[in-house]
Design a protein around this ligand. Structure first.
Ligand SMILES: N[C@@H](CCC(=O)N[C@@H](CS)C(=O)NCC(=O)O)C(=O)O
Length: 239
């Protein structure tokens, strides 16, 4: 049995849940409490204190990209990596673009922009059971603001970030113009990784307005939801 340790609203967790569901692998999801994680309570499954991590009958894998690779190696049915070398390379590059570029836009517009954060605060509270709503709001605005300022996206002004998002969503929409999936002719880790970041971005009203104009992205998300559903965000809490 696979146990998935997760922050329920993290895009990296959605990525792993979609992959597990696509491959038809049973799993239990445990919500990680951030305060306990910071105190080292989960060091057995994540030495670096980042999640997702999985425990597969004692084998521990941390980092969504490593987890997807592990799942493909261990469960051969319904591969997430494309067949050809070139398509595998493209999928790896798109996965990294989603995880390492789109992610910082997600952190900025969903967590550091108060008008978007306020709508989702109750959902985020699952990972912070000991914080009041006000403290949680302050925590996110401060932590996300500092993180994205250090990385760079957070130092851009609002219109520039919206323009960047238009460029990123536009690229995705164009890739899907004549084909159902981002790489090759079947679903792959590229689709699952990008879709997970898109889900997180869509918490932001600015992103929703852009995707409203991207028919290819909307149709692609429906195909993905049918084949690789997100599934429940949390199944049981974890000590
Ligand atoms: N590259 C990692 C990124 C995971 C990650 O950044 N997770 C965040 C939540 S979205 C986290 O665990 N943050 C806790 C921390 O940095 O202390 C992956 O793909 O799994």
């Amino acid at each position: 049995m696979i146990i998935l340790y997760q922050f329920a609203t993290s895009p990296f967790t959605e990525k792993v849940r979609r992959a597990l569901n696509y491959k038809g692998i049973a799993f239990e999801a445990h919500d990680v409490d951030r305060a306990k994680a910071a105190a080292g309570a989960y060091s057995r499954v994540s030495k670096v204190g980042k999640f997702p991590a999985i425990d597969h009958d004692g084998t521990i894998v941390q980092d969504s990209t490593d987890i997807l690779e592990y799942l493909d190696t261990t469960f051969k049915d319904r591969p997430l990596a494309p067949q050809s070398i070139r398509d595998r390379a493209l999928a790896a590059i798109i996965e990294d673009w989603a995880d390492e570029s789109l992610y910082f836009y997600e952190i900025t517009v969903r967590l550091a922009w108060a008008h978007n954060l306020d709508r989702a605060l109750d959902e985020f509270a699952v990972s912070f059971p000991h914080l009041s709503r006000d403290d949680l709001r302050t925590y996110f605005l401060d932590a996300a603001g500092k993180l994205t300022a250090a990385q760079g996206v957070g130092r851009k002004d609002h219109p520039t970030i919206v323009r960047d998002l238009e460029r990123h969503f536009g690229a995705l929409d164009n890739l899907l113009e004549d084909q159902p999936w981002l790489v090759g002719d079947t679903i792959s880790s590229a689709d699952i990784s990008a879709a997970a970041q898109v889900s997180a971005l869509l918490y932001a009203e600015e992103a929703r307005a852009i995707v409203e104009r991207c028919a290819n992205i909307r149709a692609w998300r429906e195909r993905l939801d049918a084949l690789a559903p997100i599934s429940r965000k949390a199944e049981q809490s974890h000590e």
